[in-house]
Design a protein around this ligand. Structure first.
Ligand code: F6R
Length: 614
């Protein structure tokens, strides 16, 4: 939540900062702001409610000159989204300006102390408290900015990625992180700073990922310096960025979400590349092989995640229990971390996160680690906090996911979990070689099969128009497709604002059936699999109550097709792989309904891509 950008060098900072904010807008988009020090040493701060475009509009006639600056796009936590609460925040004397991503939990106590010292506050934010504290320390202790930031952060409880400008020293940006991501780009006589590498990629491929509780100093004409909040000096580790500019553009699609749905044949092939060898019928996951013993001796596997990643985790549970015969528990990270769970040294904890920054999942990882469990991360963003905190893991490698609603990350997470389940099962001898080989061969065909499903996009777009009236949807599925039903419902509610529930199909008659009428669209995931006949019976129950049925069926299934108002076909596949196919039409359905309703598909209201607050 919240995106931060900074620049110091020879160029004009403003265009770089604004472009960076656009790239980071997926992280929050209720208000935005920029602070720049101009050639006369004046520290200008401009802010606007709304999106980055509103900020650009607001500064049209303003002085946005300067070769040093910081900028922010916000997802409100403390204080409503308005201009006053937007970042950057000035300190009392307007000598300092700060941007912040995270939450200062003890801000009320700190604020009280500062008020007693005569400080006044304009906003309702925790961030303004921090900048006032830094200024107070800088003035009373007569220290430089870096020391003042360090001393202030020693008093702070909470999470942050911050960047601070000081009018009295226009050659330095001081930044720090704890719990929220921060990366520095190293150019030729210039530095870039951002929440992730996307604003940096076109300027340099040399980056330093700022570590937990580290403070970094970006000083004009000087080497980058790094130290911890505890004052231990560290050497910055420069890494090469594996990210291309074309991955960050829409490539002719009207929305990132549609682009990302259509990318899935390619992204899944990339996820499997070097891991699934169809010719040799083999799977290799280095993160598993290097830690095989941990998985083989595990008495239990705990999967922890949030949202869409949690749905992927449920599918992982079905696969691991079926193939590896190890009991699996799937936990919402937010519940797991607070419910005093029993965690054993022999447990393997799999943490799934696209962003790798989700605060609750990171906290769940730290908790499990502190109990001695082995942590395996399945993440997309390379170098993010969760993969760094994990003992081992596997990246999904789908490239940046920019649409706030997760699509290609989900299918890749399911793919990685399936590979993992197959590998554990094979090693444990709980999965026959014949079944292993059959599923591996089929896994290799999944990208092309998704390509086939995508050909139905126009037809889905057409019939989606008939459902924009709906206030509620039910999604039903069984077995491996029950989590798919939940994922389909989540996609619809987050981007179209239509209420939707995903249910195990057989549970319908224990309550939700009361909702069925001709006003109620019911999406049934009914591919040919073990529970097919039972799902057909569920469809009959819905038909008898005049519910409108959209079904996802296996090609050639005339029975369910005839019972449905609209049927979308998916190619025949293994039952455990059906979620990878069945979810695609549901992504498209949600997308098209949202587009017809005129919703902001890529940046739905109240949401943010990276949930770095709990
Ligand atoms: C839904 C969605 C969210 C995320 C959740 C976890 O489309 O994107 O539900 O799945 O916030 O995020 P990560 O996977 O980054 O931990």
């Amino acid at each position: 939540m919240c995106g931060i950008v900074g620049y110091i060098g020879r160029r004009e900072a403003y265009p770089i900062l604004i472009k960076g904010l656009h790239r980071l807008e997926y992280r929050g988009y209720d208000s935005a702001g920029v602070a720049l020090i101009n050639a006369d040493g004046k520290l200008n701060v401009y802010k606007a409610k709304g999106k980055v475009a509103d900020l650009e509009h607001a500064v049209e006639s303003k002085d946005v000159s300067g070769t040093i600056g910081i900028a922010h796009t916000r997802w409100a936590t403390h204080g409503e989204p308005n201009q006053v609460n937007a970042h950057p925040h000035y300190s009392e004397s307007e000598e300092l300006a700060i941007i912040h991503n995270g939450i200062i939990e003890n801000y009320a106590v700190l604020k009280e102390g500062l008020i007693q010292h005569g400080y006044t506050f304009k906003s309702a934010t925790d961030t303004e408290v921090l900048v006032q504290l830094i200024e107070y320390i800088k003035h009373t202790d007569k220290v430089d900015l870096q020391t003042a930031v360090q001393l202030a952060l020693n008093q702070v409880v909470g999470a942050y990625a911050i960047a601070v400008l000081d009018r009295s020293n226009p050659d330095i940006i001081v930044a720090a992180r704890k719990g929220s991501p921060l990366v520095v780009g190293i150019g030729d006589g210039e530095y870039f700073l951002a929440s992730d590498a996307t604003p940096i990629v076109e300027f340099t491929d040399k980056v330093v990922y700022v570590g937990e509780e580290e403070i970094v100093c970006l000083e004009r004409g000087k080497e980058l310096t790094l130290k911890t909040i505890g004052n231990v000096v560290k050497t910055p580790v420069v890494k090469k960025l594996e990210l291309t500019l074309s991955q960050l553009e829409k490539g002719g699609y009207p929305h990132f979400m549609l682009k990302e749905i259509f990318e899935q044949p390619t992204t899944l092939a990339t996820s499997m590349r070097g891991r699934v060898n169809v010719e040799q019928n083999n799977i290799t996951l280095a993160g598993f092989i290097d830690n095989k013993e941990k998985f083989l001796k595990a008495k239990r596997i705990i999967i922890t995640a949030c949202g869409t990643s949690w749905h992927a985790g449920l599918i992982g549970m079905y696969a691991i229990e079926e193939f590896a015969r190890i009991p699996v528990e799937v936990e919402y990270s937010s519940e797991f971390r607070y419910r005093k769970p029993v965690i054993d040294q022999d447990d393997v904890v799999i943490a799934i996160s696209q962003s790798g920054e989700t605060a609750d999942t990171l906290a769940a990882v730290e908790l499990a680690k502190s109990h001695g469990a082995f942590i395996f991360g399945i993440c997309n963003v390379v170098g993010a906090s969760i993969p760094r905190a994990a003992h081992s893991g596997c990246y999904t490698h789908v490239g940046p996911e920019i649409g706030v609603a997760s699509t290609k990350a989900f299918t890749a997470q399911v793919t990685v979990l399936t590979m993992l389940a197959l590998m554990i099962g094979r090693e444990r001898g709980t999965l026959s070689e014949e079944r292993y080989l059959q599923i591996v061969a089929e896994l290799g065909k999944i990208p092309d099969k998704i390509g086939e499903i995508l050909k139905q996009n126009d037809r889905i777009a057409e019939f989606a128009k008939t459902f924009t009236y709906a206030q509620n949807f039910i999604y039903l599925g069984r077995g491996y497709n029950y989590p798919v039903a939940m994922e389909g419902a989540l996609k619809l509610k987050e981007i179209s604002y239509i209420h939707a529930e995903g249910y195990p199909a057989a549970e319908m008659k224990h309550g939700p059936i009361a909702l069925i009428s001709q006003e109620m669209p019911v999406v049934v995931i009914a591919p040919q699999c073990g529970t097919y006949e039972k799902v057909v019976s569920n469809i009959q129950e819905i038909k008898a109550r005049k519910g409108r049925i959209i079904s996802v069926v296996t090609e050639g299934d005339e029975i369910v097709r005839h019972m449905s108002d609209y049927a979308i076909t998916i190619p025949q596949t293994e039952e455990c792989l059906a979620p990878l196919l069945a979810v695609v039409p549901l992504q498209l359905l949600a997308y098209h309904i949202a587009v017809v309703k005129g919703c902001d598909v890529d940046q739905p209201r109240n949401l943010a891509k990276s949930v770095t607050v709990e």
